[in-house]
Unconditional design. Sequence first.
Length: 149
Amino acid sequence: MTYLIYFAITVFTYLAMEVATWLTHKYVMHGFLWVLHEDHHQPKYQHAFEKNDAFFVIGAIPSITLFYFGVHPELNYKFFIGLGVLFYGITYFLVHDVLIHQRFKWFKKTKNKYLIGLRKAHKVHHKHLGKEDGECFGMLNVPNKYFKI
């Protein structure tokens, strides 16, 4: 039974990360930390890394901390919260940096309607070069209108 609870905690955390991502993207990245996110909204990448990439480190800190406290003094629920955060971070990297922005040319010609919809929604988000008037702040859960061909 304990493993089922740990699995549920991991899945719930993963799903909750979409809400956390939306809130963070709208109110932190397009708010007081716009200075780190602004270069991400420029039309072309100037370098291999952006200031925006700092958010991967910022996002990893809670996960690493939860892993640490989730095994000390013994394995507990915090480890599985950290695991959910890690799995979401991996998904975010694959969807945002690989699929959408093509920083790595792995999934260039997808025909999957869901993935194409994610790309469309993110394109709409990036049409705003400033921090105001943004839309589509989520990553995996975007409005249905972007899935229509």
